[in-house]
Ligand binder design. Structure first.
Ligand SMILES: [Zn+2]
Length: 603
């Protein structure tokens, strides 16, 4: 049976210890300057070299030519304390996890009293030192407070805060860290070379990820892979499968499909992910990791290769392309979605289902992003034509209208906004252009978020279009009803970013002939979701008043049915959807949709 890699490659000197230079440099300087302390505390995550350092320290202290930072390696002590050596009588190594009681502490104290058998110091290494009981620690305290000149203590622990403060304060405390990939990679490469194994690109990344920055864990993973190597080579696909990671190609495939908005390809990819045995949660984690890399590609531009040194050049080029295609905004939004989904991937819902729903959300986010914010305003000429003045008038003067507070509150602004922009159209040269507006949209969302989380959420999800000095937002879903209450905050956010003079209006811009613009603007709760064309015909709730839109006549002749007063919400229930004014707009707002054809009902 071959010895484990991490034991075979356990360093014998500080020079060979990986990734803890901040500790080893100081220790070496202390040793060479004759300033070694009598008690050390090495803390840090597991597998980072604490115990190994303690052994090296003992070797340095007891070398016949020492104390020195470069033990000779040939004296008896050095040979005994080398990795694989027999161990020295003068170095006592104890695991506090199994020797934690007061008796063990007393025993240790007695052994420490005796002078070293052969070497300079009696070195006591106490591993997992936080496990010592309080009584045991108190028994040791005396020894540490007034140690005999020949005794050196080295405590190693993953949880220094659990140690008795009186002990901790009498030690020199060194904190070990997880080893970063940039350091670990060359080290693992050297080991693979020494083992005579050819490693396919990407394999070491998997090892480093699986090791989580712990040298020992990384070596254990590598060990496992090496054990299964055939003909001295480690193929990537096999290693990925063995470690349960998503094959990078599969990840690429799903990312490309998401980028193209190709739902079929996305779900085929997911099918392959699950059928290849990858845990859906693991896949989501891998996806998040990839999104993070893409965000870096998008934002760090040329520096990306320096920040992501583990990614091969061809892969990086491909990722840059993907990042460009998505844009940093969509990337970070999708990363948020994945992160949120990951947090919810616990409990009873089958993970695969969650993963598929997650893909759905990611696709939707892409769609929302590609039709987003600002569409260029169509020519001014279109505006007046689709805005016959008579129409807004009757709507506004509905008797019910004046007595409806929520509808009326935003009304003044909206009404003023709707008919007026046309005359003002030439003026907004002083305002930002549409393109500017698009560029600033994220900032506006951020500003709104600062004022209120809801306001931020509302406009984040809104579809905004600029026409003249009016920002038209259309909203679907539950947030739509929250707009009136948050209108002021959103306007304030727009003003903060774009300067004064903007008006917020709900609905689609007037120029779109398919959307009944004059109505869209004044109604606070206009829902502009597209709906199936037939939706205007059945219209069950108030079917009669479906009048002609373009023609104001039916409005005058047959006033729409009156609104039942008692159902009107009061000023303070802000979350209640304010009832839209009656008539066509009401039918539209209840059913959603676009008017395709209108028929006048024969009397
Ligand atoms: Zn020596």
């Amino acid at each position: 049976m071959a010895q484990a890699l991490y034991r075979r490659y356990r360093p014998d000197t500080f020079a060979h210890l990986v990734g803890q230079d901040h500790v080893t440099d100081t220790l070496r300087a202390a040793l060479d300057g004759g300033r070694a302390s009598h008690a050390y505390l090495f803390s840090g995550p597991r597998g980072c070299g604490k115990t190994t350092s303690a052994r090296i320290m003992a070797r340095c202290l007891n070398c016949a030519e020492g104390p020195t930072s470069t033990p000779c390696g040939t004296c008896e002590s050095c040979i005994e304390l080398a990795s694989g050596g027999s161990g020295s009588l003068d170095v006592i190594e104890m695991d506090a996890a199994s020797n934690r009681g007061i008796d063990d502490a007393r025993d240790l104290r007695e052994r420490a009293e005796f002078a070293p058998v052969r070497d300079r110091y009696k070195v006591i290494i106490l591993d997992e030192a936080h496990m010592v009981t309080k009584e045991g620690a108190n028994a040791l305290l005396k020894l540490i407070e007034e140690p005999p000149a020949h005794v050196k203590f080295i405590f190693a622990t993953t949880e220094p805060e659990k140690m008795l403060p009186t002990i901790r304060s009498r030690t020199h405390h060194y904190q070990f860290r997880l080893v970063p990939p940039q350091v670990l990679r060359p080290y693992l490469e050297t080991i693979c070379q020494q083992e005579g194994v050819q490693v396919e690109p990407g394999v070491l990344d998997l090892v480093i990820r699986a090791g989580g920055g712990s040298v020992r864990d990384s070596l254990s993973v590598l060990d496992q892979l090496l054990a299964g190597a055939e003909n001295g080579s480690l193929p990537y696909a096999r290693c990925a499968a063995l470690l349960g990671y998503t094959d990078a190609n599969l990840l690429d495939e799903v990312i490309d499909a998401l980028g193209a908005g190709d739902g079929a390809a996305v779900f085929t990819g997911i099918e392959r992910v699950t059928s290849s045995g990858v845990d859906p949660k693991r896949f989501a984690e891998d996806l998040l990791q990839r999104l993070r890399d893409l965000v870096i590609c998008a934002l760090a531009a040329d520096q990306a290769s320096a920040i992501l040194p583990h990614i091969a050049d061809d892969q990086l080029a491909r990722m840059k392309q993907q990042a460009e295609q998505w844009g940093s905004r969509l990337l970070s939004r999708r990363a948020d979605i994945v992160e949120e989904a990951l947090a919810n991937m616990v409990g009873a819902t089958p993970p695969r289902l969650m993963l598929e729903l997650l893909m759905g959300r990611l696709l939707v986010a892409g769609v929302a992003e590609s039709t987003p914010t600002v569409q260029p305003t169509p020519p001014v000429a279109a505006a007046p034509q689709s805005r016959p003045t008579p129409v807004p008038a009757p709507v506004v003067s509905q008797p019910t209208e004046t007595s409806t507070p929520p509808a009326a509150t935003p009304q003044p602004r909206a009404t003023q906004a709707a008919p007026e922009p046309t005359p003002r159209e030439p003026q907004p040269a002083t305002h930002a252009t549409n393109a500017n507006f698009t560029a600033q949209w994220d900032r506006i969302v951020d500003e709104a978020k600062k004022l209120s989380a809801i306001a931020g959420a509302i406009i984040r999800d809104a579809k905004a279009t600029v026409s003249g000095t009016t920002v038209y937002v259309s909203l679907a879903g539950p947030l739509a009803s929250r707009l009136p209450a948050n209108r002021e905050k959103i306007e304030q956010a727009i003003t903060t970013v774009m300067g004064p003079g903007w008006t917020l209006s709900e609905g689609a811009p007037p120029a779109d002939p398919k959307v009944p613009a004059p109505e869209a603007a004044p109604h606070p709760i206009e829902k502009s979701q597209p709906a199936p064309p037939h939706s205007s015909e059945p219209a069950p709730p108030p079917p009669e008043p479906a009048p002609v839109l373009e023609d104001p006549a039916p409005y005058d002749e047959a006033p729409p049915m009156p609104e039942p007063e008692e159902d009107l919400p009061s000023e303070d229930d802000r979350d209640i959807e304010a009832p839209p004014p009656p008539g066509v707009p009401q039918v539209l707002s209840i059913l959603g949709g676009t008017i395709v054809e209108e028929r006048i009902k024969e009397a």
